[in-house]
Each structure stands twice: as structure tokens, then as C-alpha cells.
Design a protein around this ligand. Structure first.
Ligand code: NAD
Length: 434
């Protein structure tokens, strides 16, 4: 099949590469000339396990990169829109890029095409894209607009795309949905066909549900601290109940990244705009922000005043296996620590390139031990596997004080005490007084 994927970011690039891997002819389009230039040379602009190999395998035959939207539209039967939809000023999804692509498609469309919204877009976006094309495109060319929200997770995007738990396709005409379903057929996964608006809602409702689960367990963790219970034992006990399950149940610094915070905010905005102001969701965001402030309080409590203290920071990306810093807890925690007068030494296995551009007053280090050199406390912000392999004897020899503040509950408090570290987790039974 001939496919164009517009927007070559985490979703578009992974989608385009995987569709090529499945045997399709794919053109990935982006307005970012530098990004396309690098991709044409075989350089992959993001870190995503397995992606580079797939691009390398398909680059010379089935996968190409271009800034020419018109040409890509005209030579494809399916056009996937995977551009960014960031949060606008009031939390609403900024749909200007999707609209710009729809206009570009309208101007280039020369025969029947299926246009597929893969970006996370507000409910009703399918209609907006349809209207833009009707208004600006040729009158004698027909098309379908389909919703196909993406559920991949950064850090395991390739595996998620090639082994999805489900594919959702929302369409007005069943024939269009079935044609899109053909692309996913080799993946042998459940394919759910719905109307367009329901498909658009499934994406928001799923992300907001997962965010709610995290904020909920963080509130339980905060009460665990106050009453002396251990959240890890609590979640273990809860997760045996199959109605609850054990996934997305890690208490700590909360959710970040380019999706959950903005998608929950967009749903809150949609609720207000449609005469249903959500009661739960604004508080999901409030709890998430609180977790970051709480962590800074825990650090202050552990080291006394921050002024003049050296802190070793382990992990900067919003979660492991990605270099993505968008809405990462580090973005609010590091400035707060610096404002308190602390000196920071940081290490992240892959996000250092991006981090150098964001954090100006931080010393970047080559490994976790260098980051901990002379530290009054080591702070774990991202639960990278590398931090599970720490040699604590070696660590002990380089730090000034053996204090570990674990924002991800990666370590066992008992074990840390045996290794000679003063351990502070999130919801491990430590009373915090404000
Ligand atoms: P991204 O910022 O990584 O990439 C978006 C790309 O679109 C950029 O390369 C940008 O240059 C390009 N772009 C912007 N305007 C354009 C235009 N007019 N024409 C062509 N290209 C244009 O974004 P992302 O993380 O890949 O997310 C894309 C969409 O997918 C968003 O709606 C997001 O909510 C959704 N989504 C993201 C994830 C994720 O984990 N990142 C998962 C599921 C869904």
C-alpha cells in the first residue's frame, strides 16, 4: 500500500518506519527541514529502542523522507496525520498543525484518498478536517476522513506499534475503515471499528484514566507516609485483585511526557466547553503537580537547607528508555532545587543531549558515580534500569553524605539501610510536615 505519514516525531516516525517494515511504500513528511535532512542521511533524531534498525533496513527501498506534502499526498492512497497537538493557553489542544496539514491535503488531493487522524485530537476534529478539505479542495474528488488514535508508549514505541493490544478505527463509512484495517492485518490484533467521535474519545478517555490511576495511587502513597504504611506493600496487595491490576500503579513523581498532562488538560477543557465540567480530572492534574513539590520538600527535609548543598541527580527524562524531556518532573524539580541554593550534578543514560539545552546551571556527568561525587544526597528522578545495577559500596566512597531520595520507589528501604544509606521514598512511611 502507498502511505504518507505527515509529522515525523515520536508517533509519525515510528508509524512510518513500522508500516514500511510491514511491506508498504511509505513517505514520511515533515515541515522541519533539518529533521528530514538528517533522516535522509540515515540519522535518527529520537531515541527509541529498535527504531534505528528498522529505518536502516527500509530506508533504501520502502521508506523515504520529504518536506514536500503535495507530492506525498498525490503519490499515496492513505495519508496519516501525526503532527503535534500541544496544549494551548487554556489547556485546550492546539490543532493548528492538523488544520495546516488538512489545508495542504486539500490543495494537493487529485483522486480518492483516505485521510487518517493519528494525532490525538479533540472530539469533532474529523468533521473539521472534512470541512477544510471540502472548502479548499477540488469539488470532483471524494475522500474519507478516519480516526485512528495511537496508543504507543515512548520507550517501547516500536514494540507497541508492531504488537498492539488493539487498533481503533473510527469512520463514517465502513468501507474506509476496512481499508485502513488492511494495513494492520499482519499484526493479528483486535481491530475495533467505531464512529469517528467515539474513536477520538477512546484516546482521551484512556489517557485520562491512566493518569487518574497514577494520581490516585500517589494520594494513597502520601497518606501511607503520614500513617506509617508502605505503599509498595499496599499496591502489591491491591494488584492481586484482577479488577484493579498491577499496571500503572507506581507511586512517585507522577506522570509527565508529551501526552498525559496535555491530554488530561484538553479533556478538562472539552468538558467545560461542552457544559460538563469534570470534577475528578482537574484534581488529577493538581495531585500530579503536588508530587513534584512534595519531592523537593523531602529533599529539603533530608539535607536540611538546600543552600550550598551538592545534589547528585539520577535521570532527567520523563520516564526510562526515552530521551524525551517534555513535561518531565526534572523540569520543575531542578529549577526549584537551584532556586533553593543547591548545586546540581546530573546524569541520564540518553537524555543528556536534550538536557544540556534546557538546564543551564547544572553540571552534566558521565555516569551515576560522577554525578554523586561530593553529593549531600543522591536524588533518583527516572527509574532507568542502569540505576538498578548501582554498586553501593562504590557510591558510598564518592558521596559526602549517604542520603538517597528515591522519587520512583526503585529501591527497598530495608536493603538501603543495610547498605548504610539513609533512604527516603515516596509513600514508604515517612511523615512529612509542612
Ligand atoms: P512530536 O512533537 O514528536 O512530532 C510532531 C512532528 O510534527 C514534528 O516533527 C513537527 O515538526 C511535525 N509537524 C508539525 N506541524 C507540521 C506540519 N504542518 N506539517 C508537517 N509536519 C508538521 O509529536 P509526537 O509525540 O509524535 O505526537 C504526535 C501526535 O501523536 C500528538 O497529537 C500526540 O498527542 C499523539 N501521541 C503521541 C504519543 C507519544 O508517546 N509521543 C503517543 C500517542 C499519541
Amino acid at each position: 500500500m502507498k502511505i504518507a505519514v505527515v509529522g515525523t516525531g515520536y508517533v509519525g516516525l515510528v508509524t512510518g518506519a513500522c508500516f514500511a517494515e510491514l511491506g508498504n511504500m511509505v513517505t514520511c513528511v515533515d515541515v522541519d527541514r533539518e529533521k528530514i535532512g538528517r533522516l535522509k542521511k540515515g540519522q535518527v533524531p529520537i531515541f527509541e529502542p529498535g527504531l534505528e534498525e528498522i529505518i536502516r533496513r527500509n530506508r533504501r527501498n520502502r521508506l523515504s523522507f520529504s518536506t514536500d506534502l503535495s507530492k506525498a499526498v498525490q503519490s499515496s492512497d492513505f495519508i496519516f496525520i501525526a503532527v503535534s497537538t500541544p496544549a494551548g493557553k487554556s489547556g485546550e489542544a492546539d490543532i493548528s498543525s492538523v488544520k495546516a496539514v488538512a489545508l495542504g491535503i486539500a490543495k494537493a488531493i487529485n483522486k480518492y484518498k483516505i485521510i487518517i487522524n493519528k494525532s490525538t485530537v479533540p472530539i469533532g476534529m474529523g468533521d473539521i478536517v472534512t470541512q477544510i478539505i471540502i472548502k479548499n479542495g477540488p469539488k470532483d474528488v471524494s475522500f474519507d476522513v478516519v480516526s485512528n488514535p495511537e496508543f504507543l508508549r515512548e520507550g517501547s514505541a516500536v514494540a507497541d506499534l508492531l504488537r498492539p493490544e488493539r487498533v481503533v478505527i473510527g469512520a463514517t463509512r465502513r468501507t474506509a475503515a476496512q481499508k485502513v484495517a488492511e494495513i494492520y492485518k499482519p499484526l493479528h490484533c483486535p481491530i475495533l471499528i467505531t464512529d469517528v467521535k467515539s474513536a477520538e474519545m477512546i484516546k482521551y478517555a484512556s489517557n485520562a484514566f491512566l493518569a487518574t490511576k497514577i494520581s490516585y495511587i500517589n494520594e494513597i502513597a502520601n497518606l501511607c507516609d503520614q500513617v506509617g504504611a508502605d505503599i509498595l506493600q499496599v499496591t502489591r496487595g491491591m494488584s492481586y485483585d484482577s479488577r484493579i491490576g498491577g499496571q500503572f500503579f507506581n507511586s512517585g513523581l507522577g506522570f509527565g511526557g508529551s501526552c498525559f498532562p496535555k491530554d488530561v488538560a484538553a479533556l478538562v477543557h472539552m468538558g467545560k466547553a461542552n457544559r460538563y465540567p469534570f470534577r475528578i480530572l482537574p484534581n488529577v492534574l493538581a495531585v500530579n503537580e503536588y508530587q513534584r513539590r512534595l519531592f523537593v520538600q523531602k529533599v529539603k527535609k533530608a539535607v536540611g537547607s538546600l543552600r550550598g548543598k551538592t545534589l547528585g541527580i539520577w535521570g532527567l527524562s520523563f520516564k526510562p528508555n526515552t530521551d524525551d524531556l517534555r513535561d518531565a518532573p526534572s523540569l520543575t524539580i531542578l529549577p526549584a532545587l537551584i532556586a533553593g541554593g543547591a548545586k546540581l550534578r546530573a546524569y541520564d543514560p540518553v537524555a543528556m543531549g536534550k538536557a544540556r539545552k534546557v538546564f543551564k546551571k547544572v553540571s552534566f556527568c558521565k555516569n551515576p558515580y560522577e554525578a554523586a561525587q561530593g553529593a549531600d544526597a543522591v536524588l533518583l528522578l527516572t527509574d532507568w534500569n542502569e540505576f538498578k545495577q548501582i554498586d553501593f559500596q562504590k557510591l558510598k566512597a564518592v558521596v559526602r553524605q549517604t542520603i538517597l531520595v528515591d522519587g520512583r520507589n526503585m529501591y527497598e528501604s530495608q536493603e538501603m539501610a543495610e547498605k548504610g544509606f539513609e533512604y527516603h521514598g515516596m509513600g514508604r512511611g515517612e511523615v512529612i510536615q509542612f
